[in-house]
Ligand binder design. Structure first.
Ligand code: ACO
Length: 336
């Protein structure tokens, strides 16, 4: 059966270790007050050394499968910026650990837009009839690529994972992904970058002792990223509203990429949407990149901010630079 992609279950996982703003202030020239007022973040979760993105993805994936009441899928798409290894992709091992051997599985790299890109990709596979059920996971361990001495990035990012199961269904069912918008502008790639470790700048020999070279860490030019994030998320959201035939007013909840509460409010303002429609959980988890949207969705459902029948708009902006949005009517599905 081919057709619409319908959300059938949602699961999340964050590593247990909580890192507060005050804890970061002990080693960085920053303060709880600066981080809270500039970003809205009060704490984030960081994985312990030895815990990798794949470990978080397996937990979230297991919970999403349980929520959807299934133990089989045809495809696993893992959106991540922090794969377990440069090669191979993390998704096949995650699939194997989930008891889904031999299914198609690949990683998708669109940084903070990764989850929205993965939803559209999975929906495409379902529409094409190459899959009838897909596990879409966004998982990150940003703590593994942050420069511990860089206050402009270390205070922002957190680790975590979120996953959904999409199944083939009908476009008028609750949970059907109704519209997508995806875009990129690679001329801005330097705004969000890990310069080293790829083929343009291969990794320094692992046998060399001493600290990691600066270029192996994540770097971000916060101020221009802020500006582009607002413009692109607003335009992409509007494109999806138009495609779904929705007004900004009719959106019950706006679940945007959790980078900065000021960005989310500015996007709502540009769309002409009341700020109280904006879901915010970045205060608890920080910016978890590809995991951000499913973690925010789960927060919204468990806090009673989203109920079955609500019109939900998802939108993200990230490195590349990339952006994307999706619209769906929230279904009556469990969150684990
Ligand atoms: N603590 C204290 N001071 C700091 C810190 C810190 N942690 N970080 C920066 N500062 C200082 C700066 O040095 C600067 O000082 P100066 O005025 O003396 O030069 C001042 O604070 C202001 O710095 P800005 O960078 O202009 O601060 P801004 O208000 O823009 O906030 C932030 C920075 C939070 C990063 C913001 O720009 C932002 O949220 N950007 C967007 C991030 C985003 O959306 N990312 C999404 C994609 S991420 C991805 O794809 C992985």
């Amino acid at each position: 059966m081919s057709g619409a992609a319908v959300l059938a279950g949602l699961g999340t996982f964050v590593p247990p270790r909580v890192v507060t703003n005050d804890e970061l202030s002990l080693t960085l020239d920053t303060s709880d007050e600066w981080i809270r007022t500039r970003t809205g973040i009060t704490q984030r979760h960081w994985a312990d050394p030895g815990t990798a993105t794949g470990d978080l993805a397996v937990e979230a994936g297991r919970r999403a499968l349980a929520a959807a009441g299934t133990d089989t899928v045809d495809l696993v798409v893992l959106a991540t910026t922090t794969p377990d290894h440069p090669c191979p992709a993390t998704a096949p091992e995650v699939a194997a650990r989930l008891g889904l051997p031999h299914v198609a599985a690949f990683d998708l790299a669109a940084v903070c837009s990764g989850f929205v890109y993965a939803l559209a990709t999975a929906a495409g596979a379902i529409a094409a009839g190459t899959a009838t059920r897909v596990l879409v996971i966004g998982a990150e361990t940003y703590s593994s690529i942050l420069d511990p001495e860089d206050r402009t990035t270390s205070v922002i990012f957190g680790d975590g994972a979120g996953a959904v199961v999409l199944r083939a269904g009908e476009p008028d069912e609750p949970g059907a992904l109704l519209a997508h918008d995806l875009g990129s502008d690679g001329s801005l790639k330097d705004l969000i970058i890990v310069p080293g470790g790829g083929s343009r700048q291969p990794p320094a020999g692992a046998e060399k002792p001493g600290p990691r070279p600066a270029d192996s860490y994540f770097q971000m030019q916060g101020r221009p990223v802020f500006r582009h994030a607002v413009t692109r998320m607003a335009a992409s959201s509007q494109a999806v509203l138009d495609r779904a035939g929705w007004s900004a007013d009719s959106v019950g909840r706006f679940v945007g990429h959790q980078a900065n509460v000021r960005i989310l409010h500015a996007v709502a303002d540009q769309l002409g949407m009341a700020r109280d429609r904006v879901v915010v959980n970045l205060d608890r988890v920080g910016n978890t990149s590809a995991a951000s949207i499913p973690l925010a969705l789960a927060h919204a459902v468990t806090e009673g901010l989203v109920a079955p029948g609500d019109q939900v708009l998802l939108s993200a902006f990230g490195g590349g630079v990339t952006w994307g949005s999706t619209a769906l009517v929230w279904p009556d599905v469990p969150v684990h």
